[in-house]
Design a protein around this ligand. Structure first.
Ligand SMILES: NC(=O)c1ccc[n+]([C@@H]2O[C@H](COP(=O)([O-])OP(=O)(O)OC[C@H]3O[C@@H](n4cnc5c(N)ncnc54)[C@H](O)[C@@H]3O)[C@@H](O)[C@H]2O)c1
Ligand SMILES: O=c1ccn([C@@H]2O[C@H](COP(=O)(O)OP(=O)(O)O[C@H]3O[C@H](CO)[C@H](O)[C@H](O)[C@H]3O)[C@@H](O)[C@H]2O)c(=O)[nH]1
Length: 326
């Protein structure tokens, strides 16, 4: 199979490129390196470029004759999207439509989209399934929902088949230790906790401990990056088999509080991990946990690395490697 991975030099995309490469696919990565790293692309062909560049897309799609496109390229910081929404609407919506239009023109009919739990907004139930109300509370979530809505229209009008995969909290690292999370600035909890463990940071700030949760800190559903790659692979098989457009929520179905993540990281690393209790971060729901039964029953998705300890072990191996390199 020939796959174009857009945003394949980033955290999740680079793991996907490796996954596809090992599965024997011919992979082309397109990434403008605004947030990614060229040396994270371990397989196939790397093209440095922007999805805003329609001429480049037309050329790539004509030459590549891809079976499918996987789209990871977007801006990803919820907080930044509140203060700089134009940047988010431009890249996550306008540039994505540019990519979809180029696909329609080139006759590429299969698309897998990185969506997010943030399309749902404040949860109305303990776990969030695909029927949950979609009411995002920040521009980042709105940009992703807009693309999901556009995809439904593009299917009806142009026959473009898509699978929207709504990740909850992507975390962990390549179990073989070749890849991991390298955001700059890093805003995600687990890599920051582990940077505090390795000494690259003085402490981890806990954003709020007065939430309506058992220990007062926010609860999230952390899902291993390789399990997300597996879900993409299954979604690709389903599209290749002629399935219609779908959307799936991806998490393990169990939530861990910020405090539990820190405590588990202390056990895994054997390090102290200094904590500073800070104010709540704006826009954080108390609890976000996925109901992923649809992905299990329809795609056959079964996470292999569901244990928080395993996920943190893999991220810790990566952080130790990084701490030595830097
Ligand atoms: N990390 C998470 O927990 C999480 C959760 C839910 C959804 N997502 C989504 O998954 C996707 C990947 O997230 P990530 O954590 O790997 O982010 P990332 O920033 O590591 O990767 C995104 C990649 O896209 C590239 N890119 C951005 N704009 C581009 C453009 N216009 N043209 C070409 N390349 C461009 C960046 O250089 C980067 O390499 C994003 O769409 C994100 O919204 C991530
Ligand atoms: O230094 C930190 C960083 C985070 N947190 C807390 O840890 C939890 C997880 O925060 P992350 O920033 O790691 O992840 P989010 O849940 O905010 O965001 C993730 O899920 C979102 C969906 O809601 C988006 O998709 C986003 O891209 C994705 O990273 C939150 O309660 C946050 O307040 C801290 O206490 N201290």
């Amino acid at each position: 199979m020939k796959i174009l991975v857009v945003g394949g030099a980033g955290y999740i995309g680079s793991h996907m490129v490796k996954h596809l490469g090992l599965a024997g696919c011919a992979v082309t990565t397109l990434d403008n390196l605004s947030g990614g790293h060229a040396d994270a692309v371990l397989h196939g062909t790397f093209v440095q470029g922007d999805i805003a560049d329609r001429a480049l897309l037309d050329r790539l799609l004509a030459e590549g004759r891809f079976d499918a496109v996987m789209h990871f390229a977007s801006f990803i910081q919820v907080g930044e999207s509140v203060v700089a929404p134009a940047k988010y609407y431009q890249n996550n919506v306008v540039n994505t439509l540019n990519l979809l239009d180029a696909m329609v023109a080139a006759g590429v009919k299969r698309f897998i989209f990185s969506s997010t739990a943030a399309i749902f907004g404040e949860p109305q139930s303990d776990t969030i399934d695909e029927q949950h109300r979609q009411q995002p509370i920040n521009p980042y979530g709105r940009t992703k929902l807009m693309v999901e809505q556009a995809l439904a229209d593009y299917d009806r009008a142009y026959g473009l088949k898509s699978v929207c995969l709504r990740y909850f909290n992507a975390a962990g690292a390549d179990p073989a230790g070749e890849l991991g999370e390298r955001h700059d600035p890093e805003t995600h909890l687990i890599p920051l906790v582990l940077q505090a463990a390795s000494g690259r940071r003085s402490h981890i700030s806990v954003f709020g401990r007065d939430y309506d949760t058992p220990d007062g800190t926010c609860i999230r559903d952390y899902v291993h990056i390789n399990d997300l790659c597996q879900a993409h692979w299954l979604a690709l098989q389903s599209l290749m088999g002629g399935a219609g457009s779908q959307a799936y929520n991806l998490g393990n179905g169990s939530g861990f509080s910020v405090q539990e993540v820190i405590d588990t990281a202390r056990q895994v690393t054997g390090r102290e991990i200094p904590v500073v209790y800070a104010e709540r971060r704006a826009g954080d729901p108390a609890r976000l946990v996925a109901d992923s039964r649809a992905a299990t029953s329809q795609l056959g998705w079964k996470p292999q690395f569901a244990a928080l300890e395993t996920l943190i072990e893999h991220a810790w191996a990566w952080e130790q490697k990084r701490a030595v390199q830097l």
